[in-house]
Design a protein around this ligand. Sequence first.
Ligand code: EPU
Length: 424
Amino acid sequence: MEKLIIEGGKPLYGEITISGAKNAALPCIAATLLAPGEHVLKNVPNLRDTRTILSLLEELGATWRREGATLFIDCSDIVYSEVSYDLVKTMRASVLVLGPLLARLGRAKVSLPGGCAIGERPINFHINGFERFGVDCRLEQGYVEAFIDGRLKGNTVYFDQPSVTATENLLMASVMASGTTTLKNAAREPEIGNLIDMLVNMGAEIEGKGTDSITVHGVSKLHAAETKIIPDRIETGTYLIAVGAAGGEAVIKNCNPLHLPALIEKLKESGLALTTEDSSISIAAQTKKGHELKSVDIKTMPYPGYPTDLQAQFMVLMTLSNSICVIKETIFENRFMHVAELRRMGATIKTEGNSAVVSGNGRDALSGARVMATDLRASSSLVIAGIAATGRTEISRIYHLERGYENLVAKLSNLGARVWKENE
Ligand code: EPU
């Protein structure tokens, strides 16, 4: 196993290019199951998670090849086979094949994901939705077995809470259903807009992109098409926060500033200078005396609120601020695993329920330590902490990072960070 070594305390300067969004690529790759022919997906990041979903598709009979950031996927010969626990336990997003398999084959068997490091994360919204479309869903021996004789039947589905992958799964299930489907209180994340664009390119009829009420008029057939994956807004946010924490100046290129409304405002509130253009963001972070970071509260919310996937990273920034703030996590019940690790690096953070009170101790608050990564975004927060800290930080279990950050070491090194991998 590899660990990440960081010699921190050095400001970051330069340019960084953002990759395609993991959480848009995963549903779009799953959506290729809906139609035969060769699908073309551009700007797909080469990550452990995208490789995992491609091997899942291979097990279902798909063939694929990669040329640079472009994937060519052929789903002409899809066969019914179960999606095993071994796959689902390494990546929960594997459940995204349920919707397209039901639409294409009328049946699917996928292992039920268990809890994970950040919370229980049930899939009841997905199952309830399929049942509203007339699908018979049974839970047996840890698997969801779903079956329908003939086409799915369009219906109205109301979500008790906006859910990203449930909205995506039900969209993919409904595009070839008979009649009309309306998804109410649907999630509005930009990744869902990307999936809608792809489905429309394939011949689907969908209204309400970007809103919480999506209407699908079912069509009998879809065809393969070409779609570009949007830039990764969480990767963009992670590097913005890294520069804010380490100090320095950088231009983040190939991103979409419109997808980060809450983060950009919060970073400006904390005193960082940001300017946005169509597809880039420039950030300048002073570390000299008299330029302290201000403490700013955040509360995670469904899009366009502050994203839970950038909560841990922002917390690191706040440990370096000049006062006290409250960080409230409302999406997942156990997403403070990074707190104990950050305390080992000198941070002063108290948690109570879903709130963390961070007492900023100024720019020199953190010092390097040996820490452990627990999930993807917690891991990236430790990388930011290591870069901002004085001395050496060693992060173990970095396989989490490889799930979601393409070329992390190279990108940070380009900005002048002293970071490398070593064997444990
Ligand atoms: N929920 C239910 N029942 C369901 C589905 C969701 O109760 O059937 C609850 C969840 O437990 C949670 C809330 O609804 O409290 C929202 O969860 P959501 O379903 O939106 O999360 P997700 O679709 O499983 C995606 C991202 C996550 C991201 C969340 C929230 C993908 C592949 N994953 O997960 O990304 O944190 O939305 O924005 O899109 C990551 O990339 O590190 C990551 C965890």
